[in-house]
Ligand binder design. Structure first.
Ligand code: PLP
Length: 408
């Protein structure tokens, strides 16, 4: 008899985006004249920059000729892209990462979800609350948690991120083996200083733990004092893996490309305490289960690092940051407490005592604006909403005018 993986029974059905869609539909049906403005889902809205389209086109044209056609490429990515990434994203910032420590993939969701396969079932895992749900759900599927009770899975060490601690996860009191961190953060938009990351690197070194650092939003960092990569922190190379994505950096949510950095210096431990190369394990897993990103997509990603590409990508992100500024100013004017939006596309707003779904309904029904209720990201999000800067400046401005009218 073919039997199911019963760990899936523990998963909480994610009604978040379907619930949002239902409520928006009801509103639209009863207010057909109202144009709904969506600042909910974290998807980009602007077209690919010209330099990227040129790279893409060049890749497609090469594929059309026998002489330049490419079939299966290296599973880890073409050297031209791995070298461009290592030089521009890491070495130029003083982080000593080599091209062969970079694994190109179809995005950070798959990699951040799949990485846990490399670890034993009984490790202790620390996860922030609120959180990008992929880290949690993939560990539930793998059987590393107990049941879901009072809004939490048994067996996980949750790290509350609230106003009281500046939305920064605190070092756990009991030792943990695997730590998920994400900065700039989804959903809160909070960013971590070098000191904060240094404390985590020290913790990981002292406890023979590993940090999985999700830097999918690093391109939004404009404050030069903030680290863009965990490898800007001394000692991180031995204890951290980093996930990156071209999705938000350059509009690749539909094009699909990202990468994971697994330094050769990183080890895990066998049951007898001997060291095993994490790079070797991930390479084995990646080459077994993944067959590479398409050549034109890698050419498009390479163009992100061309002279023209760098200028255009900066302008691309600047556009979303300008939207974030409008949202922040509106929330300041209305007297709301919020975090994020300065080096991040997300603004995390405290509802002033409202439950996150009540606040969501208020903005939808009174302003025709869609946000994301914070409760969908964990128990600590129940008093918050997330507003995203991914839309046009015109729409964001219109949305914020409506929010002001509705709430003043
Ligand atoms: N990591 C975080 C924190 C995200 O918010 C997202 C997407 O929203 C991803 C990873 C997924 O990125 P990708 O599009 O590369 O799969």
């Amino acid at each position: 008899m073919i039997r199911a993986n019963e760990n899936f029974n523990k998963l909480q059905a994610s009604y978040l985006f379907s619930d949002i869609a239902k409520r928006v539909q009801i509103f639209q049906d009863t207010h057909p004249e109202m144009e709904v403005i969506r600042l909910g889902i974290g998807d980009v809205t602007r077209g690919l920059s010209p330099a990227i389209v040129d790279g893409f086109r060049q890749g497609v044209e090469e594929m059309a000729q026998d002489a330049t056609f490419r079939g299966y490429g290296p599973e880890q990515g073409y050297p031209f892209l791995r070298e461009a990434i290592a030089a521009n994203d890491f070495q130029s910032r003083g982080a000593d990462i080599a091209a062969d420590e970079i694994f190109v993939s179809d995005g950070a969701k798959c990699d951040s979800g799949n990485f846990q396969e490399l670890f034993a079932k009984d490790i202790k895992i620390a996860i922030p609350d609120p959180v990008y749900p992929v880290y949690l759900d993939t560990n539930v599927m793998a059987g590393r948690t107990g049941n879901y009770e009072n809004g939490r899975y048994q067996g996980i060490v949750y790290m509350d991120c609230l106003k009281e601690n500046g939305f920064m996860p605190k070092l756990p009191k009991t030792p943990v083996d695997l730590i998920y961190l994400c900065f700039p953060n989804n959903p809160t938009g909070a960013t971590a200083t070098k000191d904060v990351l240094s404390a985590w690197v020290d913790y990981a070194r002292e406890n023979n733990a590993l940090i999985l650092f999700d830097a999918a939003y690093e391109a939004f960092i404009r404050d030069d004092r903030l680290p863009r990569s965990i490898y800007e922190i001394k000692g991180a190379k031995e204890v951290a893996v980093e996930f990156r994505s071209f999705s938000k950096t350059a509009g690749f949510t539909g094009t699909r490309c990202g990468f994971t950095v697994v330094p050769r210096a990183c080890n895990v431990y066998a049951a007898d305490g001997s060291k095993i190369s994490l790079h070797g394990l991930w390479n084995r897993r990646h080459t077994t289960k993944f067959n590479g990103v398409s050549y034109p997509v890698q050419k498009a990603a390479e163009a992100v690092y061309s002279e023209a590409g760098k200028v255009q990508v900066k302008e691309y992100i600047d556009g979303y940051l300008a939207n974030a500024k409008v949202i922040r100013q509106t929330m300041t004017d209305l007297g709301f407490d919020y975090v994020g939006g300065e080096n991040s596309p997300y603004i995390w707003i405290h509802g002033g005592g409202r439950d996150s779904w009540d606040f969501f309904d208020l903005l939808l029904n009174k302003a025709g604006v869609v946000c994301t209720p914070g409760g969908g990201f964990g128990r600590c999000g129940n008093a918050y909403i997330r507003i995203s800067a991914f839309n046009s400046l015109e729409n964001v401005t219109k949305a914020m005018e409506r929010v002001k009218d509705a709430l003043k």
